[in-house]
Write a new protein. Structure first.
Length: 398
């Protein structure tokens, strides 16, 4: 039974698209890893202000994932209630159009793998009710975390709980997220399945040159409220007063203007700190191979792909204890500090640099941890087992 190749439909509330190319790229990576053992089609709907027609359908195939993106013109009615209805109508019609295209080319699906519970989860629920197709939900949204304290609206909360209750399983990417979702009343079966890393792209380089400055690296959206870039810069400025044998590169798609101004005000711009824009995955992997340590100081977090990519690249990690990060980062893999504790971060980076110079961290051990827990093969196997368990249970009860 477990050798059968299934047809899996990936739905998602976030997915890379022509408007936001990196949105939900971790969902795309899950789709690619599932495609190692199953036939996968992905459908994503998004409003595009530059849409030339009311609806536009784009079909692509990448890494064995057949993907249909349906773009629709943004609703523009002046009356709020009518605007909401118009937007909802276009959103659901776009899904039906996309499903028709996929159905004609792909055939019947065994299971729906939905990602990011609300709002596209309504489509997964509808497919279960109308066609009897079971679905799971993989969740990454930090908004559900207890530390984030986002208040969901009454309708959103009601629909989200309905979607969760009808799912066969929810597969959060961390235990911390699972616990937070249970507190919010999202009741169903749970199984933690991690984010993935492409170990063909992210791997360590041995025997880096001696005597050079230690290269610290941070990769993120550069959103200060989330990633606390300003706090990191203040810490780096203090560290630069103590030692001159390091430098740090910030890579990200966010607005760098304010961060550059902060670095200039602190007197560390370009001498110690540099910034670069968003990079394709292959370039990020190359940057990581040339770095020595990954640093993250988030105020809240889940299980960031960049951390497991850093480990796969043989980099020790200095990070805050936000979200699911402490579930993985041990003393052999890096150093953890409490969010917003700048003094602790200063000490941690100092210690990490000393550890790197003394050869404490084993790049192969760091990479092996990532490979053994987050590789495409490992995560694909877990999803494949779960799919078959759900379908076996479904057949027993039919």
């Amino acid at each position: 039974m477990n050798d059968k190749k299934l047809n899996i439909l990936f739905l998602s509330s976030w997915y890379p698209n022509r408007v936001l190319p990196s949105l939900g790229n971790f969902v795309q990576k899950h789709a690619e890893c599932v495609a190692l053992k199953s036939n996968v089609a992905a459908l994503f709907i998004f409003s595009d202000p530059d849409c030339k027609h009311k609806y536009e359908i784009i079909e692509t195939t990448l890494n064995n994932v057949y993907t249909v993106n349906v773009y629709y013109k943004r609703a523009n009615h002046n009356i709020p209630g009518v605007f909401q209805l118009q937007r909802a109508f276009r959103y659901f019609k776009a899904h039906k159009m996309g499903l028709k295209v996929i159905d004609e080319k792909f055939g019947k699906f065994d299971l729906v793998h939905h990602n990011i519970l609300y709002r596209a989860g309504i489509i997964a629920w509808w497919l279960k009710k109308t066609k009897g197709i079971p679905y799971i939900i993989t969740e990454n949204w930090t908004g559900y975390l207890s530390s984030k304290k986002i208040k969901l609206g009454l309708v959103t909360k009601m629909l989200s709980r309905m979607i969760a209750r009808n799912a066969s399983y929810i597969t959060p990417v961390s235990k911390d997220l699972k616990d937070s979702m249970l507190k919010l009343g999202f009741t169903t079966h749970y199984e933690i399945i991690y984010n993935v890393v492409n170990t063909k792209l992210f791997y360590p380089v041995m025997n880096k040159p001696n005597g050079r400055k230690i290269k610290l690296l941070h990769v993120s959206t550069l959103d200060d409220a989330h990633k606390n870039i300003s706090g990191m810069l203040r810490v780096i400025a203090e560290l630069a007063k103590q030692r001159n044998d390091f430098e740090i590169l910030f890579v990200g798609e966010g607005d760098k203007i304010q961060h550059i101004k902060t670095a200039k005000d602190l007197g560390i711009y370009q001498s110690v700190v540099s910034f670069d824009g968003v990079k394709p995955t292959a370039e990020v992997a190359e940057i990581m191979r040339n770095a020595d340590c990954f640093v993250m100081f988030s105020n809240y977090e889940n299980l960031p792909c960049v951390i497991i990519e850093a480990l796969a690249s043989g980099l020790p990690v200095v990070s805050s204890t936000a979200g699911g990060i402490p579930e993985h980062i041990t003393d052999n893999l890096g150093i953890l500090v409490k969010p917003m504790d700048e003094k602790a971060l200063l000490n941690a980076i100092n210690t990490a640099i000393n550890n790197i110079q003394s050869g404490k961290y084993d790049a192969n051990q760091l990479s092996d941890y990532s490979n053994n827990n987050f590789s495409y093969e490992k995560v694909s196997h877990k999803f494949h087992q779960l799919y078959h368990r759900i379908l076996k249970d479904k057949n027993i009860h039919e």
